[in-house]
Design a protein around this ligand. Structure first.
Ligand SMILES: Cc1ncc(COP(=O)(O)O)c(C=O)c1O
Length: 385
């Protein structure tokens, strides 16, 4: 037996028939559609969290092919993965790297976001220590109301001056992040943009030079594109074909890039009244066929889905998840429908005329589609098209 099959990265659907299809054509089409509405602003594909669960490197390559010119990551380590795969496009680390990570940022040629004197100092030192390193471009993040990371509006000028004063650094960009861009009627976004524009005007007035300005995430582009586009838009969820909020679907034609699938591993017929799975929480309403599906909450199928009406598609028809989703398996009540070991089960995606979306799971579970796609676990091999 090939020794590699023992490794997580080599989980093999012929051993356990569970996989996620990732359609890179859909990623490319989504990026093209987004660049059409973002132009003349450039497009950053945000590929943090392993490309929102889709695989950072393949998505990054597809996005760059389709017209994205920047990549965005949360962690220096994620930037390192892209560089290790030979991707040399500009990569923005979306939050200020911890000071200890500064040498790695410089060595990898990543572009850091900054917003504290300590972060700026650490990066300048790292450049000074790296023989012959050119000035490192940095982007200054201003907190205009999200209150997660970023400098205070009142501190932006002093920090920008401190960057400009260092030969090791170059202020390439100024950015902010929007808290409620997915709520078209919420006036808070306009207030954030007012504050941001105030900062930009003050910096320009003081003669501080910078090349680019950015603010919009996917929702910022789709809802507030006219005002929030600036020079660059940072799109994550929309790149994956998933709308940033259910009622924003359709603003730009997007195709979901991921489908989660499995094959039936076991079938039995149970009488009316039989109760299933941990806690015996599902009772068979009629005699029917029950299929076991070898994927569970350890793979990102939420345990609570069964209690909230979750359904999967078998032979083109929806059927209820029957009983508690367990760590590695769950059951489906197929009723009097035919089902055999080896039948394909669509958990997310299309089967026949039916479709289950990440939005549907999110709505059932009181969360957002982002959490659904990011949670599809490492045990699920991704198959790229
Ligand atoms: C700073 C920043 N910009 C852009 C994005 C992309 O957001 P979205 O996936 O909503 O497009 C994120 C993701 O959370 C982010 O943190």
């Amino acid at each position: 037996m090939d020794k590699q099959v023992a490794k997580l990265d080599f989980y093999d659907p012929s051993f356990r028939p569970v996989w996620a299809d990732v359609d890179l054509d859909a990623v490319r089409a989504n990026v093209r559609a987004l660049t059409e509405v973002s132009a003349p602003a450039a497009l950053m594909a945000v590929v943090k969290a392993d490309g929102y669960g889709h695989g950072a490197v393949p998505v990054a390559r597809a996005a760059l092919e389709a017209g994205a010119s920047w990549l965005g990551v949360a962690l220096v380590e994620e930037g390192a993965d892209l560089r290790a795969d030979g991707i040399d496009a500009p990569v923005l680390v979306l939050s200020e790297p911890p000071p200890d990570a500064a040498p790695a940022v410089v060595a990898l040629g990543l572009t850091p976001v900054v917003y504290t004197p300590a972060g700026i100092e650490a990066l300048a030192k790292a450049v000074a220590h790296a023989d012959g390193a050119a000035p490192l471009p940095v982007h200054l993040k201003v907190d205009t109301g999200m209150h997660r990371v970023g400098c205070k509006v009142d501190d932006a000028h002093a920090l920008a001056e401190s960057i400009a004063a260092r030969d090791e650094l170059r202020l390439e960009g100024v950015l902010t992040h929007l808290a409620v861009a997915d709520e078209p009627d919420n006036p808070y976004t306009a207030q954030q943009l007012d504050r941001f524009e105030g900062v930009l005007a003050a910096l320009r007035h003081a003669g501080v030079a910078f090349d680019m300005v950015h603010a919009a995430n996917s929702a910022g582009l789709l809802v507030f594109g006219d005002r929030a586009r600036f020079d660059l838009v940072r799109c994550g969820i929309a790149v994956y074909g998933v709308p940033p909020a259910p009622d924003l679907a359709g603003r730009v034609p997007l195709r979901p890039a991921m489908a989660l699938k499995a094959r039936v591993s076991h079938v039995k017929t149970l009488p009316a009244g039989a109760r299933l799975s941990y806690g015996l929480r599902y009772t068979m309403p009629h005699q029917g066929n029950v299929a076991t599906v070898p994927v569970g909450y350890a793979d990102g199928v939420p345990r609570a889905l069964s209690a909230h009406g979750g359904e999967v598609i078998v032979r083109g028809r929806r059927h209820p998840i029957a009983g508690t989703v367990t760590m590695d398996q769950f059951m489906v009540d197929v009723g009097d429908g035919r089902v055999e070991v080896g039948d394909e089960v669509v958990l997310l995606g299309r089967g026949g005329d039916a479709e289950v979306t990440a939005d549907e799971w999110a709505e059932r579970l009181g969360t957002i589609n982002y959490e659904i796609v990011c949670s599809i676990g490492r045990r699920v091999p991704r198959r790229y098209r």
